[in-house]
Write a protein that binds this ligand. Structure first.
Ligand code: HEC
Length: 145
């Protein structure tokens, strides 16, 4: 077989794998977050404030302090650290965000925080991520930024 044919085939194969992994990731999050998610803290405002602090120590080193501009570390990863203000991320439900933070994303740099953080802290983080919607919903951003 000619070499370029092989290269094209390999590239197509990798592309297909990327699509399948991406798609199964979404399905995995959808399904797994249906059950076994503990109740969220009742005081949303306090939860967001706690989440803000937790975000600064746990997440900003990859996702950037605004969640929108990944740091160099996050940018060099493949796949790169997501823009947390983007529509794709904000489309997740609160429970799905909780699940992602707790379990991480397989085959990527996104760590699973379930081993190091309590469920309550993970809820705080999910609630805080919810407030990072500046660029996805500029009109409803309120006083954010
Ligand atoms: C070591 C770097 C790193 C840290 C720390 C990190 N992330 Fe991530 N995160 C990533 C990468 C890389 C991705 C992209 C994964 C992908 O696209 O498959 C990601 C993706 C995400 C996503 C979106 C998942 C999706 O489907 O697009 C959310 C939400 C998220 N991170 C939240 C957080 C929160 C909250 C924290 C802190 C508790 C955090 N991340 C800490 C690297 C990191």
């Amino acid at each position: 077989m000619k070499r370029w044919v092989l290269i094209v085939l390999v590239a197509l194969g990798l592309g297909a794998v990327a699509v399948i992994v991406g798609f199964s990731q979404i399905l995995l999050v959808r399904w797994s977050s249906r059950e076994g998610i503990p109740p969220a803290p009742a005081n949303l405002q306090a939860s967001i404030e706690q989440g803000d602090k937790l975000y600064a120590t746990n997440c900003s080193m990859c996702h950037g302090s605004d969640g929108h501009t990944p740091t160099d570390t996050g940018r060099w990863m493949y796949p790169r650290a997501s823009d947390l203000t983007s529509l794709e991320v904000q489309q997740y439900s609160d429970r799905e965000l909780f699940w992602i933070v707790k379990n991480g994303i397989r085959l990527s740099g996104m760590p699973a925080f379930g081993r190091v953080e309590s469920d309550e802290h993970i809820w705080n983080l999910a609630h805080y991520v919810r407030t990072l919607r500046g660029s996805a919903h500029p009109a409803s951003g309120g006083t954010g930024h």
